[in-house]
Design a protein around this ligand. Structure first.
Ligand code: NAD
Length: 485
């Protein structure tokens, strides 16, 4: 076994203690007969055996969450806040959370520490502070009557997450749900369940039994959870197709859906080119393109197009792809053989549509599922490569002349997750930002998602918001009380 493989396998063994990974139900670890393997995409090998939650385990998890809801939601808000703060305090020293994410999803350490680990801790600290700051309205009706509103938790929230940055989503999903007084059943992606296991070990110590439950499995487990009659909110991060399926399966419930994207990134002729090139490369290649917000369509003004493209290709050539544990690496592997094949099929599609590859386009012949940063030009705007989410390190660069033209093309996909504008003209930047149909627009930077600001999509990129005050308001329902004096 190579040194790389040995290192990864030994780290995984240390985290799992060589045991199969159990579910967390009602504060107890529960094992099942049926299991699946999770694969480390850096080495392409199985690193842990994980228990599958069938219908009966999912039902048990929801029942226990429903039972715990009563006492959890009735705790004085400052008491609930203490639990969230304690969780943030404990998790900050748990290095295994980050290691589990690096092993299981291939997310580079350089990104995991800031994006996931930091985001998880910050979300629990931030929403702990929200527990006692929920206020509502008094509405005057007449001299003899008035209304007041109450903001109340829903009950059991199903949290279903994607495999990319698996450590990050548990923060902005679970922390506001708990702060609002809901209880949760978490189902992480079957491709990267390890961080949720580390999370469950800490949740077991910190929260009262049944408040946080964790189940593992794939589409079937997710379906049992979403369609359960006592689940009233589904907080989902994943692809647009599965998002649509989830709404069909679940029927009438509240949905917070964080879905796919095909983000436009507009570089005007007066932009600071060094910064635009650097931020665009980070925004696209740093997770090997496995980012919902990946800067996958770059629009560059004709006057600076050649210059931008030459510099961008040079940055792509030097982009460090490799072992995600290496602190100098910014791009790890793709998650699976299946994802590698999907990315290759998009590259073939792009070529068939008349696109030219300026750099990349192939697998990197290492152990695991590595793919080169890949730059296309001359791709038609209406082709599949320009319209669909690849979720791999493949982007297209287009030129443009006028603001109207670039806004039209930027808005031309079914997605509306995020966008970016690079220009020194602040008026042009804001006017363009207002015309872009996207939930987030970055000006002269890329990819920053502050924990205290709302995140979410327009169009087929989703509904609802995570983060900030909007993130907790999504998890409260409003009761109106009419009072006759
Ligand atoms: P996916 O949609 O394939 O899976 C997401 C989750 O849904 C997994 O846990 C999976 O097991 C579960 N699932 C699958 N079928 C289900 C069903 N029938 N019922 C219930 N649950 C089911 O997504 P993925 O491949 O894991 O992640 C990549 C996608 O996630 C991309 O489209 C990406 O853009 C999106 N994403 C969006 C955001 C955002 O904030 N908008 C963030 C990260 C990823």
């Amino acid at each position: 076994m190579s040194d790389l493989k040995t290192k990864h396998v030994e780290e995984a063994k240390r985290i799992t203690a060589g045991q199969k990974i159990p579910l967390l139900i009602n504060g107890e670890f529960v094992t099942t007969q049926k299991t699946f393997s999770t694969i480390d995409p850096t080495i392409g090998e199985e690193i842990a055996e994980v228990c599958v939650a069938g219908e009966s385990e999912v039902n048990l998890a929801v029942e226990t969450a429903q039972r715990s809801f009563e006492s959890w939601s009735e705790l004085p808000p400052r008491e609930r806040a203490k639990y969230l703060k304690k969780f943030a305090d404990v998790i900050k020293d748990v290095k295994d959370y980050q290691i589990a994410e690096i092993l299981d999803s291939g997310l580079p350490r350089s990104i995991s520490s800031r994006l996931s680990f930091g985001s998880l801790r910050r979300a629990f600290e931030y929403y702990a502070e929200w527990c006692d700051k929920i206020t509502s309205d008094v509405i005057s009706i007449s001299s003899q009557s008035f209304d007041f509103t109450l903001k109340e938790p829903f009950g059991v929230v199903a949290v279903i997450t994607s495999w990319n940055v698996p450590g990050m989503f548990l923060g902005p999903k679970v922390a506001p749900a708990l702060a609002a007084g809901n209880t949760v059943v978490i189902k992480p992606s079957e491709y990267s369940p390890l961080p949720a296991y580390v999370f469950s070990k800490i949740a077991k110590e910190v929260f009262p039994p049944g408040v946080v439950n964790v189940v593992f499995g794939g589409a079937d487990t997710g379906r049992f959870l979403v369609s359960h009659k006592d689940v009233w909110v589904v907080s989902f991060t994943g692809g647009t197709e599965i998002g649509e399926l989830i709404v069909k399966q679940g029927g009438i419930k509240k949905y917070i859906l964080e879905l796919g994207g095909k983000s436009p990134n507009i570089i005007f002729e007066d932009a600071n080119l060094d910064s635009a090139v650097f931020m665009s490369s980070i925004g696209m290649f740093s997770l090997s393109g496995q980012m919902c917000a990946a800067s996958s369509r770059i629009f560059v003004h004709k006057k600076i197009y050649q210059d931008f493209v030459e510099r961008f290709v040079n940055v792509a050539k030097g982009f460090s792809v490799g072992d995600p544990f290496d602190p100098a690496v910014f791009a790890g592997p793709l998650i699976s053989q299946k994802q590698l094949e999907r990315v290759e099929s998009f590259v073939d599609e792009g070529k068939r549509a008349g696109g030219r590859i300026l750099f990349g386009g192939s697998r990197i012949s290492k152990t695991g599922y590595f793919f080169e940063p890949t730059i296309f030009v001359d791709v038609p705007h209406n082709s599949k490569l320009a319209q669909e989410e690849v979720f791999g390190p493949v982007l297209t660069i287009f030129d443009f002349e006028s603001e109207d033209e670039v806004v039209k093309y930027a808005n031309s996909t079914k997605y509306g997750l995020s966008a970016a504008v690079f220009t020194k003209d602040i008026s042009k930047a804001i006017k363009t930002a207002k015309k872009l149909r996207a939930g987030t627009v970055w000006i002269n930077t890329y990819g920053i998602i502050p924990h205290n600001a709302p995140w979410g999509g327009y169009k087929m990129s989703g509904v609802g918001r995570e983060g900030g005050k909007e993130g907790i308001e999504e998890l409260l329902q409003i009761k109106n009380v009419y009072v006759q004096l």
